[in-house]
Design a protein around this ligand. Structure first.
Ligand code: IFM
Length: 453
């Protein structure tokens, strides 16, 4: 497959999932520190207190990345390491950690991509209302200013918020992620609006404080994949992908258009407004000007895909997977069409270059008798998905890069440590790292710029 010469091959992680050192060097508690210690929140009763101890091992971890040929690395910052109370006094040790991390990446020839928010909200801000508070956009802008001023001389690539749908959907609607709330649709709409306003404020801050910055957003959601390549099915899948269904229980929590149209087009989708305009805070139309900031790339996390076709009644119709359809360890169906149609539909709608900020496969990996970790399913998954992405590129979709989730096995939120997404196996007792077969395979993909796919 042919990928652009400057295609960004990379891997991604997030702070709470790898760092550990939950209570060290002045870090404040995040909502995940509190949530994981409450009974019944995590499947294997684990938490991120130690995780893979990256906080103490980052130098060797980065050397491992460099050895593998990784040239682009997406990490996130723990807001509470820098501002233990979310606002107010800066914890210099927390800032120093990220500054050293960035230096180490650059020394190893790795370009840092910094995500400002990957779910670990300072608990102190949650107690002040969290995403339900209209003050969140300014708290986030203040935090962004501190990060931009500290790292912006070396980091030029920023992602504001990771998976807004998951933050609101899992954390505020279903209550399965921190902070564990089950809000009504009115509060969900309000929290989502504050989140998008926070994104817009962060972009303004980054542009003002970081010369030469490139900035994007990283939403998620399963692409609708046409069941056949007929024009009818393609149109039905596109229509469904961007439709907002009115749901009085979870509101627009999982929707693509609701979370991306305001950011990318400066307007809420009209079909969503029919049900949800009543819940938007006063002044929402004015806020759209702040929410809608020009972006350098549109990031998207894509793992799965759902089949859709044109039904006999003329409406989009969901096509269920047959028995035995392949899926990952979390039961997510494998459908590589998502990495073709997702970028294609998103580019058609938002006219902004696409960056695949996450894609990956989790499995029940284990160390074999030969001491290696053989993960042919992950390799096959990546091969299929990357071929689909290469086809999107060949068909004219500007895709800037691909970040595999995740470099390491790590803490998978409410699922704990049972399922593994990494290219690098981690023994959670000894903290030993072992490159899986897929890591060696991905090394070749990166080295040949995808020509071996
Ligand atoms: O581990 C998560 C990550 O934090 C956000 N995107 C999906 C990944 C796999 O579930």
């Amino acid at each position: 497959m042919q990928f652009p010469r400057d295609f960004l091959w990379g891997t991604a992680t997030s702070s709470y999932q790898i760092e550990g050192a939950a209570n060290e060097d002045g870090k404040g508690k995040s909502i995940w520190d509190v949530f994981t210690h409450a009974p019944g929140t995590v499947k294997d009763r684990s938490n991120g207190d130690v995780a893979i101890d990256h906080y103490h091992r980052f130098r060797e971890d980065i050397r491992l990345m460099a050895k593998m040929g990784i040239r682009n690395y997406r990490f996130s910052i723990s807001w509470g390491r820098i501002l233990p109370d979310g606002t107010g006094t800066v914890n210099e040790k927390g800032l120093a950690f990220y500054s050293e991390l960035v230096d180490c990446l650059l020394e190893n020839g790795i370009r840092p991509f910094c995500t400002l928010y990957h779910w670990d909200l300072p608990y102190a801000l949650h107690l002040r209302g969290g995403w339900l508070s209209p003050d969140m956009p300014e708290w986030f802008a203040n935090y962004t200013t501190i990060v931009a001023d500290a790292l912006g001389d070396r980091v030029k690539d920023f992602i504001t918020i990771n998976e807004p749908q998951c933050i609101i959907g899992s954390g505020y609607a279903l209550g399965v992620h921190a902070p564990g709330l089950k809000c009504c649709a009115a509060d969900i709409v309000r929290a989502a609006h504050h989140l998008m306003l926070a994104h817009g404020r962060a972009v303004q801050v980054l542009r003002a404080h970081v010369p030469g910055v490139r900035v994007g957003y990283a939403p998620c959601g399963d692409p609708c994949v046409p069941y056949t390549n007929s024009p009818e099915d393609i149109a039905a899948a596109r229509e469904e992908y961007f439709t907002v269904h009115i749901d009085e229980k979870v509101g627009p929590a999982w929707n693509i258009a609701w979370f991306s149209d305001p950011v990318m087009l400066g307007q809420y989708p009209a079909d969503g407004l029919v049900g949800y305009e009543q819940y938007l805070p006063d002044g929402w139309q004015e806020d759209l000007k702040t929410i809608h900031q020009p972006l350098d790339f549109y990031g998207q996390n894509i793992y799965q895909g759902q089949w859709w076709r044109r039904g006999a009644d003329g409406k989009p119709e969901h096509v269920r997977y047959p028995a035995g359809h392949p899926h990952n360890a979390l039961e997510w169906p494998i459908n590589e069409g998502g990495l073709y149609w997702g970028p294609r539909f998103l580019y058609e709608r938002y006219h902004t270059p696409i960056l695949i900020t996450e894609n990956g496969m989790d499995a029940h990996d284990a160390v074999s008798l030969d001491g290696k970790v053989h993960d042919p399913n992950r390799q096959d998954y990546m091969h299929r998905y990357l071929r689909a992405l290469g086809q999107a590129v060949a068909d004219g979709v500007p895709v800037l890069g691909y970040f595999y989730w995740s470099f390491f096995d790590n803490f998978e939120w409410a699922h704990g440590y049972q399922e593994r997404f990494g290219l690098v196996y981690v023994n959670y007792q000894t903290q030993e790292r072992i490159l899986k077969d897929s890591a060696y395979w991905y090394q070749q993909v990166m080295a040949t710029n995808g020509e071996n796919l």
